[in-house]
Design a protein around this ligand. Structure first.
Ligand code: IMP
Ligand code: MG
Length: 334
């Protein structure tokens, strides 16, 4: 069965870290990445840090097979570089029907005023997606340099599910950047909801047993668009919640945790579990804590209040950069 991991705010909730942790401790046979190179997933493990735009974050477990989904859009240079950096060539495959972003797409976007006004990452993703919709985009099977990486990921994933194996689907961005469910027009060029992630893989709702929606302990947003309760960058700096984008290096705008958005994201994604990251940014003494009982009392109360108001079990709590800085309550709560 599939576990879907998706973002609940505006991306950058820490999906890479959670996916890395689940890769190590979730018993998954394979992990499949949807989305594209505009999304950067950061994960740190054992003193190393990776910023991945295509390779699934669960790669840190050498027993996990890796896939890039049919609905995703790749860039060949980015893919080959990441395969090199992560050493996964022997266990990754790219769906034959995934789309390929070329230099042309980046050039088209560079002069697009609408994209400028929404604060695009200008990675060519939207331009390539538009060509795909127009049936003009070249897919992975059309490129000689990808030949030995190609597979039919949909069939392989469905066969694993039929054998009773567990699959981790790593989505990108967050619900409020979804083309359909986000703050249009300040959104990305695909549906990044749990349903959109499934559609990109080629699996159905009945192949899913868990949907984990990831929220950070505060909200951030890069680029333009509404951000309720936004605080100044000086204030964010003072609170220790100042961040920069993984792909673009831009400063992230920040706001306190937003319960209303969280409830909506949990509902639309049909969340069965919630992961909260960066609890240590709000409660310094939570840093590196890996057991619930060892959290400071106010931090526990913060989590319990969130769980009450969202109405979905909070099973994973991030307390530091390393993927293993995690409080794992799955056994107690599920
Ligand atoms: P685009 O998808 O690169 O055109 O960007 C559209 C909007 O989505 C902009 O506001 C971007 O900042 C935002 N965006 C796209 N990908 C990400 C991401 O991975 N994290 C955070 N924001 C993103
Ligand atoms: Mg990111």
């Amino acid at each position: 069965m599939i576990t879907i991991l998706c973002g609940g705010f505006f991306g950058d909730e820490g999906k890479g870290k959670v996916a890395g942790y689940l890769g190590l401790r979730g018993g998954y046979r394979a992990s499949i990445r949807t989305g594209s190179v505009n999304a950067g997933h950061t994960l740190a493990h054992g003193g190393m840090v990776w910023r991945l735009r295509l390779v699934p974050s669960a790669f840190i477990n050498k027993d996990v097979k890796l896939y890039i989904a049919r609905g995703s859009l790749i860039r060949i240079d980015v893919l080959l570089k990441e395969i090199e950096e992560t050493g996964v060539r022997e266990r990754i495959c790219v769906d034959r029907y995934s789309g390929v972003i070329e230099k042309r797409h980046i050039e088209i976007e560079a002069s697009d005023n609408t994209l400028r006004s929404i604060g695009s990452t200008f990675q060519g993703v939207g331009a390539a997606m538009a060509e795909r919709v127009l049936r003009r985009l070249k897919l992975a099977w059309g490129f000689k340099e990808l030949e030995d990486l190609l597979c039919d990921s949909t069939t392989e994933i469905l066969e694993m599910i039929e054998r009773g194996e567990k699959i981790l689907a790593e989505g990108t961005q967050g619900l409020f950047l979804s083309l359909y469910h986000g703050t249009y027009p300040y959104v990305t060029s695909r549906d990044v909801s749990a349903a959109g992630i499934l559609s990109e893989i080629g699996a159905g709702p009945k192949h899913v047993d868990h949907v984990i929606v990831v929220f950070k302990s505060f909200v951030t947003r890069v680029g333009e668009g509404p951000l309720e309760g936004e605080i100044s960058s000086e204030e964010a700096e003072k609170l220790g919640i100042m961040e920069r984008g993984t792909v673009t290096g831009r400063l992230r705008r920040a706001a306190p945790f937003n319960i209303e958005l969280a409830r909506r994201a949990a509902r639309i994604n049909s969340a069965t579990q919630i992961a909260i990251t960066k609890l240590d940014a709000l409660y310094r003494e939570a840093r590196g804590v890996r057991e619930w009982e060892k959290l400071p009392r106010e931090a526990r109360k913060f989590i319990e209040d969130l769980e009450d108001s969202i109405g979905v079990p909070i099973t994973l709590i991030g307390t530091g950069e390393d993927v293993e800085d995690m409080i794992d309550l799955r056994r107690e709560k599920l």
